[in-house]
Design a protein around this ligand. Sequence first.
Ligand code: PEP
Ligand code: MG
Length: 749
Amino acid sequence: MAVRWLEDVRADDIDSVGGKGASLGELTDAGLPVPPGFVVTAGTYRSFIEDANIDDELFDAVEVDPEDSGALADAEAAAKDIILNTELPEHIRENILSSYDDLDDGQASVAVRSSATAEDLPDASFAGQQETFLNVTREDLVDRVKRCWASLFTQRAIYYREEQGFEHRDVDIAVVVQKMVDAEKSGVMFTSHPSTGAHEAIIEAAWGLGEAVVSGSVSPDNYHVDRDTGTVEEVSVADKKVMCVRDPETGETVEREVPEEKREQRVLSDEEILDLVAIGERVEDHYGEPQDVEWAMTDGDIYMLQSRPITTIDEDTEMTENGDTGDELVHGLGASPGIASGPARVVTKLDQLDKVGEGDIIVTKMTTPDMVPAMKRGAGIITDEGGMTSHAAIVSRELGCPAVVGATNATDVLQDDQIITLDGDRGTVTEGRTQEESERNPIEEARPTTPVKPMTATEVKVNVSIPEAAERAAATGADGVGLLRTEHMILSTNKTPERYIADHGEDAYVDELVSGVREVAEEFYPRPVRVRTLDAPTDEFRQLEGGSDEPHEHNPMLGYRGIRRSLDRPEVFKHELEAFKELYEMGYDNVEIMFPLVNDADDVRQARELMTEVGLDTEKRTWGAMIETPAAALSVGELAAEGIDFASFGTNDLTQYTLAVDRNNGNVADRFDELHPAVLDLIETAIETCREHDVATSICGQAGSKPEMVNFLVETGISSISANIDAVRDVQHEVKRVEQRLILDSVRD
Ligand code: PEP
Ligand code: MG
């Protein structure tokens, strides 16, 4: 048999049905309400490739050098091609389709999800076995099953197995096919408190299908239930702007605005909450440990869609007296949203990074690219220095890790092992642990998201500074990357470009850039990715190997950086341009080139000439300039005449240069105002000029994430807005609101 019904599956069938299949089988067996379904077993995948005799061809195709990015891309394409274009043996096709027909008389719309079997792979998401298709019909079912199989051979999965020394041959994959629940309401439930393990159930609920809650595109209602007394203790009703529903015409999952009267209406009644908790308790009893459960409700019936153990409970949790957090210890800028609690790890030297473990809070003067691996492990970040555009702030936001920056004396006041809570919205750091769960909980991290977004005429893009954040950035549903900073790719080698080239050669330098950019371009393809050439000030380069050769500058922000340095050192700059050429040759035609800190047409002309010198076709490729100085804003007409396709406002710099406020100087931080009339005036004038010259306009500074700025820019006629990862969703909605208002106004006039 090619398939096994969920009711016949148990936990020890994991090799055949994968983790997801086994868990759903267990829940079904325990009499819990699980939507009916079956699993296309791992054995079926195996017999497909063996019977069709494609196994050797397939495994040969993916046996590549993992460091050769072009070969990896080819391997993924080849594997997909082989799997999708090989006919499924008739008996397997029959078996899958007749099982489907037995589900709801062949009328069902089903969810098709891959179910990882590879026990040897510690992180199945890295193995690529995460494909999910919703609302699949009979017609598409076999194709979707094959696409789940093909997900074993994404570039990342191939790379991961090659790196870890796993054989592609040894890995199997199962596929769960389950009747879709057309949920009226849905959400997640922790059967016990996710950090303390207390006997308290926490439920998040929103209207429609669960994707909106899981992807974070809606703020759900939140309910707390004391399981000992069976009482609903806390109810917080959110303003739920959007919901995911099935489009009755196309059958696809789409995001819709919640009808006005339901937006602030409570999703679950007390009775429904208690019914849900009762089922949650049965799940917890069945597994013998607290669970994190995805649930859905339709016509008053509750369904369990997924259950997994909660891994975040800290046995040693010590709450402060009343369970709330204690006194404020330090205060800074809330730079990356979310709340995190854990032991402080004060890092004053790089060799102390090893002491940072999962769930710890890093406390340091200022983060550097070397710290990124530790930042990924940490639950939160606190720095003494820095503002909203500092390395710590930018990287934390991209990692989805709460952060407080510019807390002045955090490294003195906070002690190693001290349990603290930081609030990345308010900028506070308090004693003790909070009861509120951190935003960075495994629910959000582990689940694949379905990007659904409001349609807007103004494009909404996302900023990326570390290639590792590409997947998270792409999952926002952004229209592309409005700014990919390349500094991290070079600074993380811990060498200046000049030293890197001297030590490893020019080709290695080009490869370093190609592989960093490629990671993002691949993730977003075919959405455009605007890549900025190098722009690091000399004080940042000085900290690296080779940094002693950097010039000493009194004010590096006004100094040797961006296009000025590039044009002054064309022999180094040309290697950056060669990297673009290589990317285009590899097929990444979604890459665009952007030059930082230009002042005038002369800067642009020289850059364009160098592009031509390395063989880049400036007519064919999309390229442009950042508008970061008043000079550039005022001469954008001349820049247009040099052939730029776009101009992008770097408001971090444009603000500091317009107001003479050093963006890194805490003494004048309260004067740093991107909405200052002088800054807005420059932007408005430049947008008008660009519109006359048919040059696209964009913003990629931090201010693009602020609603007031978004309002101003959409009204002024900007073509696209690029926001931080965590702000993309809000910006999409804000843009839509402003656009609708403008349309209404024009009709009314
Ligand atoms: C800017 O100046 O607004 C910008 C986006 O560039 P950076 O912050 O990297 O200087
Ligand atoms: Mg800048």
